[in-house]
Design a protein around this ligand. Sequence first.
Ligand SMILES: NC(=O)c1ccc[n+]([C@@H]2O[C@H](COP(=O)([O-])OP(=O)(O)OC[C@H]3O[C@@H](n4cnc5c(N)ncnc54)[C@H](O)[C@@H]3O)[C@@H](O)[C@H]2O)c1
Length: 365
Amino acid sequence: METLRVGIVGAGWMGHVHARAWAENAPRGEVVAVADVSAERVKHLAAEIGRDVHSFADLEGMLDGAEIDAVDICLPHHLHTEAIVAAARAGKAILCEKPLCTNLDDAAAVRAALQQSGSVFMAAHNQLFQPSLIEARRLLASGALGRPFVFRSIEAVQNRGFASGRHQRDIGGGESPWVWRADVARMGGGEVIDTGWHAAYRLLALAEDRPVEVSAMMDRYAVKQLAAEDTGVILVRFASGAIGEMLTSWAFGPVGNWHFEVGAEHGSMAGGQGRLVHQLHGWPEPVEFAPFTHTLALTFASEVTHFLDVVQRGEASQASFDHAARVLQLTLAAYAAAEGHCVVALPEDPTLPGVPATSGELARA
Ligand SMILES: NC(=O)c1ccc[n+]([C@@H]2O[C@H](COP(=O)([O-])OP(=O)(O)OC[C@H]3O[C@@H](n4cnc5c(N)ncnc54)[C@H](O)[C@@H]3O)[C@@H](O)[C@H]2O)c1
Protein backbone atom coordinates (compact mmCIF):
# COMPACT_ATOMS: atom_id res chain seq x y z
CA MET A 1 0.00 0.00 0.00
CA GLU A 2 1.36 3.42 -0.95
CA THR A 3 1.98 6.02 1.71
CA LEU A 4 -0.74 8.71 1.73
CA ARG A 5 1.03 12.08 1.43
CA VAL A 6 -0.66 14.65 3.63
CA GLY A 7 -0.59 18.43 3.89
CA ILE A 8 -1.76 20.00 7.15
CA VAL A 9 -3.28 23.48 6.90
CA GLY A 10 -3.36 25.24 10.26
CA ALA A 11 -0.24 24.64 12.33
CA GLY A 12 -1.85 25.63 15.63
CA TRP A 13 -2.89 23.46 18.55
CA MET A 14 -4.76 20.86 16.47
CA GLY A 15 -2.19 20.98 13.68
CA HIS A 16 0.36 19.76 16.21
CA VAL A 17 -2.00 17.15 17.68
CA HIS A 18 -2.88 15.79 14.23
CA ALA A 19 0.78 15.67 13.18
CA ARG A 20 1.46 13.35 16.13
CA ALA A 21 -1.55 11.22 15.13
CA TRP A 22 -0.16 10.93 11.59
CA ALA A 23 3.23 9.91 13.01
CA GLU A 24 1.47 7.10 14.92
CA ASN A 25 0.13 5.85 11.58
CA ALA A 26 3.40 5.85 9.61
CA PRO A 27 4.11 4.54 7.06
CA ARG A 28 0.47 4.34 5.90
CA GLY A 29 0.34 8.15 5.99
CA GLU A 30 2.97 10.85 6.25
CA VAL A 31 2.80 14.63 6.67
CA VAL A 32 4.89 16.08 3.83
CA ALA A 33 3.68 19.71 3.84
CA VAL A 34 2.46 22.29 6.34
CA ALA A 35 0.71 25.62 5.69
CA ASP A 36 -0.10 28.44 8.10
CA VAL A 37 -0.25 32.25 7.94
CA SER A 38 2.20 32.23 10.84
CA ALA A 39 5.66 31.34 9.51
CA GLU A 40 6.79 30.78 13.10
CA ARG A 41 4.14 28.11 13.67
CA VAL A 42 4.97 26.38 10.39
CA LYS A 43 8.60 26.28 11.52
CA HIS A 44 7.66 24.97 14.95
CA LEU A 45 5.50 22.17 13.54
CA ALA A 46 8.07 21.24 10.88
CA ALA A 47 10.70 20.97 13.62
CA GLU A 48 8.41 18.77 15.68
CA ILE A 49 7.73 16.49 12.69
CA GLY A 50 11.49 16.23 12.39
CA ARG A 51 11.70 15.45 8.68
CA ASP A 52 11.88 17.63 5.60
CA VAL A 53 8.41 19.07 5.13
CA HIS A 54 7.45 21.71 2.58
CA SER A 55 6.30 24.97 4.14
CA PHE A 56 3.59 27.27 2.81
CA ALA A 57 1.85 30.47 3.91
CA ASP A 58 -1.59 29.32 2.76
CA LEU A 59 -3.61 26.41 1.41
CA GLU A 60 -3.57 27.66 -2.20
CA GLY A 61 0.23 27.66 -2.17
CA MET A 62 0.25 24.16 -0.71
CA LEU A 63 -2.25 22.82 -3.28
CA ASP A 64 -0.17 24.33 -6.11
CA GLY A 65 3.29 23.53 -4.81
CA ALA A 66 3.21 20.28 -2.84
CA GLU A 67 2.75 16.72 -4.00
CA ILE A 68 0.00 15.63 -1.66
CA ASP A 69 -2.89 13.16 -1.76
CA ALA A 70 -4.81 14.52 1.22
CA VAL A 71 -5.41 17.77 3.09
CA ASP A 72 -5.88 17.81 6.86
CA ILE A 73 -7.75 21.01 7.79
CA CYS A 74 -7.02 22.40 11.27
CA LEU A 75 -8.19 25.99 10.73
CA PRO A 76 -10.54 28.28 12.69
CA HIS A 77 -14.19 27.51 11.96
CA HIS A 78 -15.03 30.30 9.47
CA LEU A 79 -12.27 29.04 7.14
CA HIS A 80 -13.43 25.42 6.86
CA THR A 81 -15.81 25.82 3.91
CA GLU A 82 -13.33 27.58 1.64
CA ALA A 83 -10.60 25.08 2.52
CA ILE A 84 -12.79 22.01 1.94
CA VAL A 85 -14.04 23.36 -1.40
CA ALA A 86 -10.50 24.23 -2.56
CA ALA A 87 -9.12 20.84 -1.52
CA ALA A 88 -12.04 19.06 -3.22
CA ARG A 89 -11.53 21.00 -6.44
CA ALA A 90 -7.87 19.97 -6.35
CA GLY A 91 -9.00 16.33 -6.07
CA LYS A 92 -7.57 15.71 -2.59
CA ALA A 93 -8.96 13.47 0.13
CA ILE A 94 -10.02 15.65 3.08
CA LEU A 95 -9.92 15.27 6.84
CA CYS A 96 -11.45 18.36 8.47
CA GLU A 97 -11.60 19.40 12.11
CA LYS A 98 -14.98 20.09 13.62
CA PRO A 99 -17.30 21.85 13.02
CA LEU A 100 -17.98 20.99 9.35
CA CYS A 101 -18.68 24.72 8.80
CA THR A 102 -20.76 27.39 10.48
CA ASN A 103 -23.95 27.63 8.40
CA LEU A 104 -26.14 25.41 6.22
CA ASP A 105 -25.61 27.34 2.96
CA ASP A 106 -21.93 26.54 3.34
CA ALA A 107 -22.79 22.91 4.08
CA ALA A 108 -24.73 22.75 0.79
CA ALA A 109 -21.75 24.30 -1.05
CA VAL A 110 -19.42 21.75 0.53
CA ARG A 111 -21.73 18.90 -0.47
CA ALA A 112 -21.84 20.16 -4.08
CA ALA A 113 -18.02 20.44 -4.23
CA LEU A 114 -17.58 16.94 -2.80
CA GLN A 115 -20.14 15.46 -5.18
CA GLN A 116 -18.46 17.15 -8.15
CA SER A 117 -14.95 16.05 -7.26
CA GLY A 118 -15.72 12.66 -5.76
CA SER A 119 -13.18 13.46 -3.03
CA VAL A 120 -13.25 11.42 0.15
CA PHE A 121 -14.32 13.62 3.09
CA MET A 122 -14.10 12.73 6.75
CA ALA A 123 -14.95 14.91 9.72
CA ALA A 124 -12.39 14.75 12.54
CA HIS A 125 -14.79 13.34 15.15
CA ASN A 126 -12.03 11.97 17.37
CA GLN A 127 -14.18 11.00 20.34
CA LEU A 128 -15.99 8.40 18.23
CA PHE A 129 -12.82 6.41 18.80
CA GLN A 130 -12.98 6.57 22.60
CA PRO A 131 -12.76 2.86 23.57
CA SER A 132 -15.64 3.06 26.06
CA LEU A 133 -17.94 4.49 23.38
CA ILE A 134 -16.90 1.85 20.85
CA GLU A 135 -17.70 -0.88 23.39
CA ALA A 136 -20.98 0.79 24.38
CA ARG A 137 -22.11 0.93 20.75
CA ARG A 138 -21.17 -2.75 20.38
CA LEU A 139 -23.23 -3.62 23.46
CA LEU A 140 -26.22 -1.67 22.18
CA ALA A 141 -25.96 -3.30 18.73
CA SER A 142 -25.86 -6.76 20.36
CA GLY A 143 -29.32 -6.11 21.78
CA ALA A 144 -28.26 -7.17 25.29
CA LEU A 145 -29.91 -4.10 26.81
CA GLY A 146 -33.00 -4.33 24.61
CA ARG A 147 -34.54 -1.25 23.02
CA PRO A 148 -32.80 1.95 24.15
CA PHE A 149 -35.02 4.98 24.68
CA VAL A 150 -33.06 7.63 26.58
CA PHE A 151 -29.59 8.85 25.66
CA ARG A 152 -27.47 11.45 27.42
CA SER A 153 -24.20 12.88 26.12
CA ILE A 154 -22.00 15.10 28.28
CA GLU A 155 -19.05 17.19 27.18
CA ALA A 156 -18.13 19.70 29.84
CA VAL A 157 -14.96 21.13 31.27
CA GLN A 158 -14.09 24.33 33.09
CA ASN A 159 -12.22 26.23 30.39
CA ARG A 160 -9.38 28.33 31.77
CA GLY A 161 -7.85 29.03 28.36
CA PHE A 162 -9.73 32.29 27.83
CA ALA A 163 -8.43 33.68 31.11
CA SER A 164 -4.82 32.71 30.39
CA GLY A 165 -5.03 33.66 26.69
CA ARG A 166 -2.45 31.03 25.85
CA HIS A 167 -2.25 27.65 24.12
CA GLN A 168 -1.87 24.63 26.35
CA ARG A 169 1.77 24.50 25.33
CA ASP A 170 4.17 26.62 23.31
CA ILE A 171 3.64 26.11 19.56
CA GLY A 172 5.31 29.25 18.20
CA GLY A 173 3.87 32.81 17.90
CA GLY A 174 0.64 33.61 16.05
CA GLU A 175 -2.81 34.58 17.27
CA SER A 176 -4.12 33.04 20.47
CA PRO A 177 -6.87 30.49 19.69
CA TRP A 178 -8.98 32.15 22.36
CA VAL A 179 -9.15 35.36 20.31
CA TRP A 180 -10.88 33.83 17.29
CA ARG A 181 -13.02 31.66 19.60
CA ALA A 182 -14.34 34.80 21.31
CA ASP A 183 -15.29 36.27 17.93
CA VAL A 184 -18.76 34.95 17.04
CA ALA A 185 -18.22 35.66 13.33
CA ARG A 186 -15.17 33.40 13.19
CA MET A 187 -16.39 30.84 15.73
CA GLY A 188 -19.95 30.51 14.36
CA GLY A 189 -21.44 30.65 17.86
CA GLY A 190 -20.15 29.91 21.35
CA GLU A 191 -19.27 26.77 23.30
CA VAL A 192 -22.09 24.68 21.77
CA ILE A 193 -20.69 24.74 18.23
CA ASP A 194 -17.17 24.08 19.54
CA THR A 195 -16.85 21.64 22.45
CA GLY A 196 -20.59 20.91 22.26
CA TRP A 197 -19.98 19.43 18.79
CA HIS A 198 -18.43 16.36 20.47
CA ALA A 199 -21.52 15.90 22.63
CA ALA A 200 -23.72 16.09 19.53
CA TYR A 201 -21.93 13.53 17.37
CA ARG A 202 -21.62 11.18 20.37
CA LEU A 203 -25.37 11.45 20.99
CA LEU A 204 -26.12 10.69 17.32
CA ALA A 205 -23.64 7.78 17.30
CA LEU A 206 -25.29 6.23 20.37
CA ALA A 207 -28.82 6.71 19.09
CA GLU A 208 -28.03 5.67 15.48
CA ASP A 209 -31.20 7.55 14.62
CA ARG A 210 -32.32 10.75 12.93
CA PRO A 211 -33.08 13.71 15.20
CA VAL A 212 -36.46 15.18 14.35
CA GLU A 213 -37.06 17.82 17.06
CA VAL A 214 -34.84 19.98 19.23
CA SER A 215 -35.31 22.32 22.16
CA ALA A 216 -32.57 24.03 24.11
CA MET A 217 -31.53 26.48 26.80
CA MET A 218 -28.15 28.21 26.77
CA ASP A 219 -26.40 30.90 28.75
CA ARG A 220 -23.04 32.30 29.71
CA TYR A 221 -22.07 31.70 33.33
CA ALA A 222 -18.29 31.88 33.66
CA VAL A 223 -16.35 32.72 30.50
CA LYS A 224 -16.70 36.50 30.46
CA GLN A 225 -14.55 36.81 27.33
CA LEU A 226 -17.32 35.19 25.26
CA ALA A 227 -20.12 37.22 23.73
CA ALA A 228 -22.04 33.94 23.24
CA GLU A 229 -22.99 31.03 25.51
CA ASP A 230 -20.55 28.97 27.56
CA THR A 231 -23.14 26.32 28.51
CA GLY A 232 -26.00 24.52 26.79
CA VAL A 233 -28.61 21.92 27.65
CA ILE A 234 -30.25 20.50 24.55
CA LEU A 235 -33.14 18.05 24.23
CA VAL A 236 -33.57 15.95 21.11
CA ARG A 237 -36.45 13.77 19.93
CA PHE A 238 -35.40 11.00 17.54
CA ALA A 239 -37.46 9.50 14.70
CA SER A 240 -37.94 6.28 16.73
CA GLY A 241 -39.42 8.35 19.57
CA ALA A 242 -36.31 7.99 21.75
CA ILE A 243 -35.18 11.08 23.70
CA GLY A 244 -31.66 12.48 23.79
CA GLU A 245 -30.07 15.06 26.05
CA MET A 246 -26.83 16.94 25.58
CA LEU A 247 -25.12 18.77 28.39
CA THR A 248 -22.15 20.83 27.36
CA SER A 249 -20.16 23.54 29.06
CA TRP A 250 -16.99 25.54 29.49
CA ALA A 251 -18.22 26.74 32.90
CA PHE A 252 -17.91 23.47 34.85
CA GLY A 253 -16.78 19.87 34.63
CA PRO A 254 -19.18 17.07 35.59
CA VAL A 255 -18.60 14.86 38.66
CA GLY A 256 -16.71 11.71 37.71
CA ASN A 257 -16.23 12.87 34.12
CA TRP A 258 -19.01 10.65 32.75
CA HIS A 259 -19.54 11.14 29.02
CA PHE A 260 -22.75 9.29 28.28
CA GLU A 261 -25.65 7.38 29.71
CA VAL A 262 -28.23 5.14 28.04
CA GLY A 263 -31.54 3.95 29.44
CA ALA A 264 -32.89 0.82 27.74
CA GLU A 265 -35.57 -1.85 28.06
CA HIS A 266 -33.47 -4.39 30.00
CA GLY A 267 -30.84 -2.19 31.62
CA SER A 268 -28.88 1.03 31.76
CA MET A 269 -25.33 1.96 30.88
CA ALA A 270 -22.93 4.80 31.62
CA GLY A 271 -19.54 5.53 30.09
CA GLY A 272 -16.66 7.84 30.85
CA GLN A 273 -13.18 8.34 29.56
CA GLY A 274 -11.80 5.04 30.79
CA ARG A 275 -14.93 3.39 32.13
CA LEU A 276 -18.06 1.59 31.01
CA VAL A 277 -20.65 0.33 33.47
CA HIS A 278 -23.97 -1.37 32.85
CA GLN A 279 -26.68 -2.68 35.12
CA LEU A 280 -29.59 -4.88 34.15
CA HIS A 281 -32.87 -3.77 35.74
CA GLY A 282 -33.43 -5.65 38.99
CA TRP A 283 -29.79 -6.62 39.40
CA PRO A 284 -28.33 -5.44 42.70
CA GLU A 285 -25.02 -4.12 41.40
CA PRO A 286 -23.70 -2.57 38.21
CA VAL A 287 -21.12 -4.49 36.20
CA GLU A 288 -17.98 -2.64 35.24
CA PHE A 289 -15.97 -3.54 32.17
CA ALA A 290 -12.23 -3.78 32.71
CA PRO A 291 -10.90 -0.19 32.64
CA PHE A 292 -10.04 1.05 29.16
CA THR A 293 -6.77 2.64 28.25
CA HIS A 294 -7.86 6.10 27.31
CA THR A 295 -5.88 9.10 26.21
CA LEU A 296 -6.99 11.88 23.93
CA ALA A 297 -3.92 11.16 21.78
CA LEU A 298 -5.23 7.63 21.23
CA THR A 299 -8.54 8.96 19.88
CA PHE A 300 -6.71 11.20 17.38
CA ALA A 301 -4.43 8.37 16.25
CA SER A 302 -7.48 6.09 15.79
CA GLU A 303 -9.28 8.83 13.88
CA VAL A 304 -6.37 9.03 11.40
CA THR A 305 -6.31 5.21 11.16
CA HIS A 306 -10.01 5.28 10.27
CA PHE A 307 -9.40 8.02 7.67
CA LEU A 308 -6.69 5.83 6.13
CA ASP A 309 -9.05 2.84 6.15
CA VAL A 310 -11.66 4.92 4.33
CA VAL A 311 -9.22 6.34 1.75
CA GLN A 312 -6.97 3.34 1.18
CA ARG A 313 -9.37 0.43 1.80
CA GLY A 314 -12.70 1.96 0.83
CA GLU A 315 -14.24 1.36 4.27
CA ALA A 316 -17.47 3.18 5.10
CA SER A 317 -16.80 6.41 6.97
CA GLN A 318 -18.12 6.77 10.50
CA ALA A 319 -17.88 10.56 10.11
CA SER A 320 -18.98 11.24 6.55
CA PHE A 321 -20.25 14.55 5.17
CA ASP A 322 -23.82 13.46 6.02
CA HIS A 323 -22.88 12.68 9.63
CA ALA A 324 -21.19 16.08 10.03
CA ALA A 325 -23.99 17.97 8.26
CA ARG A 326 -26.53 16.35 10.61
CA VAL A 327 -24.50 17.54 13.61
CA LEU A 328 -24.44 21.05 12.15
CA GLN A 329 -28.18 21.03 11.44
CA LEU A 330 -28.85 19.88 15.02
CA THR A 331 -26.47 22.45 16.51
CA LEU A 332 -27.91 25.37 14.54
CA ALA A 333 -31.46 24.22 15.35
CA ALA A 334 -30.49 24.17 19.05
CA TYR A 335 -29.35 27.80 18.75
CA ALA A 336 -32.63 28.70 17.01
CA ALA A 337 -34.66 26.86 19.66
CA ALA A 338 -32.83 28.59 22.51
CA GLU A 339 -33.19 32.01 20.94
CA GLY A 340 -36.82 31.53 19.91
CA HIS A 341 -37.91 29.69 23.09
CA CYS A 342 -39.48 27.05 20.90
CA VAL A 343 -39.24 23.47 19.68
CA VAL A 344 -37.56 23.24 16.28
CA ALA A 345 -38.38 20.46 13.78
CA LEU A 346 -35.58 19.11 11.59
CA PRO A 347 -36.05 18.26 7.90
CA GLU A 348 -34.64 15.02 6.55
CA ASP A 349 -32.10 16.79 4.31
CA PRO A 350 -29.31 17.72 6.78
CA THR A 351 -28.43 20.86 4.82
CA LEU A 352 -31.92 22.33 5.37
CA PRO A 353 -32.58 24.40 8.49
CA GLY A 354 -34.95 23.47 11.28
CA VAL A 355 -38.30 25.23 11.52
CA PRO A 356 -40.23 26.17 14.67
CA ALA A 357 -42.52 23.21 15.30
CA THR A 358 -44.82 24.27 18.06
CA SER A 359 -44.33 28.01 18.51
CA GLY A 360 -48.00 28.61 17.67
CA GLU A 361 -49.20 26.20 20.35
CA LEU A 362 -46.66 27.53 22.85
CA ALA A 363 -47.74 31.11 22.21
CA ARG A 364 -51.35 30.14 22.87
CA ALA A 365 -50.51 28.15 26.01
N1 LIG B 1 -11.10 17.59 18.28
C1 LIG B 1 -10.76 18.37 19.29
O1 LIG B 1 -10.75 17.95 20.45
C2 LIG B 1 -10.34 19.79 19.02
C3 LIG B 1 -9.65 20.52 19.99
C4 LIG B 1 -9.24 21.82 19.68
C5 LIG B 1 -9.55 22.37 18.45
N2 LIG B 1 -10.26 21.65 17.53
C6 LIG B 1 -10.60 22.24 16.23
O2 LIG B 1 -9.41 22.42 15.46
C7 LIG B 1 -9.52 23.59 14.65
C8 LIG B 1 -8.35 24.51 14.98
O3 LIG B 1 -8.41 24.87 16.33
P1 LIG B 1 -7.06 25.19 17.16
O4 LIG B 1 -7.44 25.18 18.57
O5 LIG B 1 -5.99 24.32 16.67
O6 LIG B 1 -6.81 26.69 16.71
P2 LIG B 1 -5.41 27.44 16.59
O7 LIG B 1 -5.73 28.89 16.58
O8 LIG B 1 -4.45 26.91 17.60
O9 LIG B 1 -4.89 26.98 15.15
C9 LIG B 1 -5.43 27.51 13.95
C10 LIG B 1 -4.25 27.83 13.04
O10 LIG B 1 -4.77 28.30 11.78
C11 LIG B 1 -3.88 29.32 11.32
N3 LIG B 1 -4.57 30.12 10.33
C12 LIG B 1 -5.52 31.08 10.51
N4 LIG B 1 -5.93 31.56 9.33
C13 LIG B 1 -5.24 30.88 8.37
C14 LIG B 1 -5.26 30.92 6.95
N5 LIG B 1 -6.07 31.74 6.27
N6 LIG B 1 -4.43 30.09 6.28
C15 LIG B 1 -3.57 29.26 6.95
N7 LIG B 1 -3.52 29.19 8.31
C16 LIG B 1 -4.36 29.98 8.99
C17 LIG B 1 -3.52 30.09 12.57
O11 LIG B 1 -2.33 30.84 12.40
C18 LIG B 1 -3.36 28.95 13.58
O12 LIG B 1 -2.03 28.49 13.67
C19 LIG B 1 -10.88 24.18 14.98
O13 LIG B 1 -11.79 23.74 14.01
C20 LIG B 1 -11.23 23.61 16.35
O14 LIG B 1 -12.61 23.52 16.62
C21 LIG B 1 -10.64 20.36 17.79
